[in-house]
Ligand binder design. Structure first.
Ligand code: HEM
Length: 196
């Protein structure tokens, strides 16, 4: 009898290759008790804003648009802006120059998108905390956390299927993982900036 060990899917490998940095980010965010009061929550939203604003060109990326049909509809930056308006705080001004452009190669861009879209998976859980502790909802103040696409819905499953099935050569395989790690590192840069 022969036994075959299947290699983990590409998306699972991506998850494993970034688990250390995800855990670090998750813990350091929660250490700041983001739902303790409005001030902490605004700091948390500011961090999210820096990140989403920085990666916003991903959602206009021509090659990504060719492989993800609802790419533009996945954008959450406007929901975040509305959360600031609900809470009567100004939308932060960011002086950072994005690392992403339309020239970013497809595999790298897909690695970044995995991280940005993946942050919606945990967002569903955080939205529940915002509701329980600060009485914020998907219609007021927690639009970004509890809006459409939060959790492991069909958008997330489609992205994972795409990551698993898209044809990539060895260089692109590496670019996919590097792109994801760059995106997490970028998030950490904003964390250091917001909580300095
Ligand atoms: C306090 C903040 C956060 C919490 C509590 C959190 C929590 C979670 C949880 C519970 C999952 C599902 C894990 C699983 O099923 O094994 C997840 C997935 C994910 N999160 Fe977070 N997360 C947080 C912040 C972030 C941030 C800021 C990013 C991106 C910058 C991010 C990126 C991801 C990605 C890419 C996945 C998908 C992993 C995969 O299944 O491939 N998370 N998160």
């Amino acid at each position: 009898m022969t036994s075959t060990t299947l290699a983990p899917s590409r998306a699972l490998q991506l998850k494993a290759s970034t688990a250390d940095v995800h855990d670090n980010i998750d813990k350091s965010i929660m250490d700041k008790d983001p739902f303790a009061n409005t001030e902490n929550y605004i700091q948390f939203l500011t961090l999210q804003y820096y990140f989403l604003n920085d990666v916003s060109t991903l959602y206009d990326h021509s090659e990504l648009n060719m492989v993800i049909e609802n790419l533009a509809a996945r954008r959450r930056l406007n929901m975040l802006e509305q959360d600031f308006q609900d809470l009567e705080y100004p939308v932060p001004a960011s002086a950072f120059t994005s690392l992403i452009s339309n020239e970013t190669d497809l595999a790298t861009a897909l690695g970044w998108l995995y991280v940005v879209e993946g942050s919606k998976v945990g967002a569903a859980m955080l939205g529940k905390q915002a509701q329980a502790r600060l009485l914020l909802t998907k219609k007021y103040g927690a639009r970004y956390l509890s809006g459409p696409g939060a959790g492991r819905g069909s958008d997330w499953r489609h992205l994972v299927q795409l990551i698993d099935s898209i044809e990539l050569n060895d260089t692109q395989e590496r670019a996919l993982i590097n792109g994801a790690r760059q995106a997490f590192t970028r998030f950490q840069l904003f964390q250091a900036h917001v909580y300095s």
